[in-house]
Design a protein around this ligand. Structure first.
Ligand code: SF4
Length: 288
C-alpha cells in the first residue's frame, strides 16, 4: 500500500467569529466538526496528533494555527499555549500563525516569538491600507500592514503575505510589480497569490451571495505567472502550486483549496471535536 504523506498540520484557534467581513469568505460555508464556541485546547490531544503527523510528514513539518474565524480573537495565552505545544521545545513542528493581522501588536508578537512562533502569514488583497480596509471590512477597520510587516520581520519572524486575487486589489501587472516592490521594501520574505474559489455547497446559507461576488470579482493569475516567468526563476512545482523566486522573494501561486492528490494530503486539520481530518470541506475524510 502506498504510504500516506501529509504536508501541514492545522489547528483551529478561536471561534467562528471574525473582525472582518471579506466578501469572498467561505469559512462559514464549509463544515466545522464540534463546538464553535471556543478553541478546544486539549493540549495533550494536540501533542499526540502532532507526534503522529511527524511520522507521515512530507517535507518540513509545518504546524499552522488558523481558524474558521480570526484566530487572534482568542486569548493571547491560548495562542501561546498552542505555539508551545506544536513547537515542543524545538523538537516538534514549525509553528505558523495565519491571521488578517489587524489586531496584532508588538507585545503579542514578542511573546509568541519567544514561545517558538516561526512564521506570520498575513492575508490581504493589496499593499494599500485603504484598499484592504474597503474590500475586507467596508471601511470599518483600519490597516497598517506595512508597519506590521516591518515589526514582525524585525523581530526575526518569517513574514508571508497571502494575497487573495480580487478585482480592485492585485489585478494587473502594474499592481503586481508595485506589490512586489512594496513587500520587499517592508521586509516580507514570502508571497502567496491565491485564486478565489466559490463555495461548493450552494444550498448552505450565505453561499450563493459569496459565489455571486466571487464570480464578479475573481482575477485569474495568468498575468502574474507571465510576469514571474519573465522576471523571476521558476522552481520545482508543488503538487498544488507553482513556485518562483522573484527579486529575492519566494513566490507561490495556488488555488483556494488543495484537495488530496496521490496519497499526498496538503492539510491535516485538527477539528474542534479533537479528531484529525484530511480535508477542509469533506467530513468523511476523517483520519484519526
Ligand atoms: S479574515 Fe478570514 S475568516 Fe475573517 S471574514 Fe476574512 S476570510 Fe473570513
Amino acid at each position: 500500500m502506498q504510504r500516506m504523506q501529509i504536508t501541514t498540520l492545522s489547528v483551529m484557534a478561536g471561534s467562528t467569529a471574525c473582525n472582518l467581513s471579506c466578501p469572498y469568505c467561505i469559512s462559514k460555508t464549509t463544515y466545522r466538526v464540534g463546538q464553535a464556541i471556543c478553541t478546544p485546547v486539549d493540549l495533550g490531544r494536540i501533542a499526540f496528533l502532532a507526534d503522529k503527523f511527524l511520522r507521515v510528514c512530507s517535507g518540513l513539518p509545518f504546524g499552522i494555527i488558523t481558524g474558521k474565524g480570526e484566530p487572534t480573537l482568542a486569548d493571547p495565552d491560548e495562542i501561546g499555549a498552542l505555539i508551545e505545544v506544536l513547537y515542543a521545545g524545538g523538537h516538534g513542528l514549525i509553528p505558523e500563525l495565519q491571521t488578517n493581522g489587524v489586531r496584532l501588536d508588538a507585545d503579542r508578537l514578542a511573546s509568541w516569538r519567544e514561545k517558538g512562533l516561526n512564521t506570520l502569514a498575513l492575508s490581504c488583497v493589496s499593499e494599500r491600507d485603504e484598499v484592504n480596509s474597503q474590500i475586507l471590512s467596508g471601511g470599518r477597520v483600519s490597516w497598517k500592514l506595512g508597519e506590521l510587516v516591518e515589526r514582525a520581520s524585525g523581530m526575526g519572524l518569517l513574514v508571508r503575505l497571502t494575497v487573495i486575487l480580487t478585482r480592485g486589489g492585485v489585478d494587473d501587472e502594474a499592481r503586481f510589480l508595485s506589490f512586489m516592490r512594496w513587500a520587499k521594501s517592508r521586509g516580507a520574505q514570502q508571497v502567496t497569490f491565491r485564486r478565489m474559489g466559490a463555495p461548493r455547497d450552494l444550498a448552505r446559507e450565505g453561499s450563493q451571495r459569496v459565489a455571486d461576488w466571487i464570480d464578479q470579482n475573481r482575477i485569474e493569475p495568468s498575468f502574474l505567472i507571465d510576469a514571474l516567468e519573465a522576471g523571476g526563476r521558476e522552481q520545482d512545482p508543488l503538487p498544488w502550486a507553482q513556485v518562483f523566486t522573484y527579486d529575492g522573494l519566494s513566490v507561490v501561486v495556488t488555488d483556494h483549496m488543495n484537495p488530496p492528490r496521490d496519497n499526498m494530503l496538503r492539510h491535516a486539520i485538527i477539528q474542534p471535536d479533537g479528531h484529525l481530518y484530511g480535508s477542509w470541506d469533506d467530513p468523511g475524510n476523517i483520519l484519526i
